[in-house]
Design a protein around this ligand. Sequence first.
Ligand SMILES: [Zn+2]
Length: 509
Amino acid sequence: MKKNALFRLVLAALVFGLSLPASFGRAPAKIKIAKEKQFVLDWLAQPQIAEKFGRISDSIWSYAELGLQEFKSSKLLADTLEQAGFKVERGLAGMPTCFVASYGSGKPVIGLLGEFDALPMLSQKGRIPAQDPLVEGAPGHGCGHNTMCTAAAAAAISVKEAMDKFHLPGTIKVFGSPAEEIIVSRPHMIRAGLFGDVDAVIDNHSGSGFGTSYGRGGNAVFSVIFSFKGKTAHGANAWAGRSAMDGVEITNVATNYLREHLDPAYRMHYVVLEGGQAPNVVPDKASVWYYVRNSDERVEEMFERVLNCAKAGALASGTELLPPRFIAAVHQTHANKAAAELFQKNIELVGMPVWTEEEQSFAKALQKELKAKEDGMPAKVDTLRIPSGMSFGGGSTDVGDVSLIAPTASIRFPGQVPGAIGHHWSSVTANFGSAAWKGLNAGAKAIAASAVDLLTKPEELKKLRIEFEEYAKKYAYKPFLPADAKPPLDLNEELMKKFGPLLEKFEIK
Ligand SMILES: [Zn+2]
């Protein structure tokens, strides 16, 4: 849909309403802010800029492309950066949708991470507080990745403008990172040398709060497909065959018995990818996809035990276990404390966006539907999260590997509804429209302000580097991903071939 300028102005006024000065305006005057930082905050506060990146986010949300199939999403972001004057290299590290956009030259080199992939089965209409798919069974943005590389791109372009205006030294790079939902891209990007010259990394993730944390978090993971080869036969004459599906089932029975004898912090889950097509044909091919999650120290040993279960499945069913296919293998995240402290100051400076009545009532309606606490959108930014030192729970991200090769911390920016469930339709519905636009704009400001600090204050960057180099003595990076593992370009191909055309008619341009 083409919009004229007047329509855009009216739309911006409707979306941002009277809260515009508070949510997009200058930072409070009483705090002394360096002119370069004030510049990026003001640049990002322009309504037409907030709208431009909000629309990019909504477009990516509507594409809902799965990992390594993010052709439209990646192109939109890479084109936006290129049009802003960045040098963009595409199709890197063996992944057509991976790109790096760079601006400036020499040291320091500040890297911004950005994700853009969706999740399967979550299709949902935007801003509707009840489950209502756009396309039944299609993918959806249930983790807010539509907002994330978008926030990094907005931040990078504002920093580029500041570099031009104030003749700042150094380089800003956006790492367009595909397939985070299948935890794939960063180990390959590291292996390809893309992070070789990076001095510090600012990661981001969408959420409902606005904050950051440091220390070790999340789980290392091995994501592996076990495939079995049997012998086909008539189902009514099954003694002549060997069922590959039996291999899968015995593997799963064995791992579920194994669970009892694992520390409760050990996590594993699986889906059956292939198990035959009809009971009257003994399946000679079957496969099961496992996530084995644990701490960095324990994940390899745990994987060996799960692999033994698969070997047992093959032995008992008289089938052959093919060489396991590594989809991904990543470390826990080791977030840098000095980076998190710096980011926290900028998060507090930017502050929580001011939400409109409409945004509050949508949030409460969604919370009601989910039987969550009906307290609407958050009013304040979070305090700095310190490591709990407790058991290793939670998800996994390939940002973990990056955190072991350069000082890294992540800015969690708002926009999602508190109580909405991650990887669920309730997050998809909340990651669209005005609240998502405001959240990513606030995130972009905190990212840009932090990048300006790292480019202009060598003493700040030095703190990150000293901590990182000390840490690296204890935790030297050794990839979990086997040297011969390739990015699984085929993994989501069929699903996107099926759903891409169905989603096309809902595309937001
Ligand atoms: Zn995510």
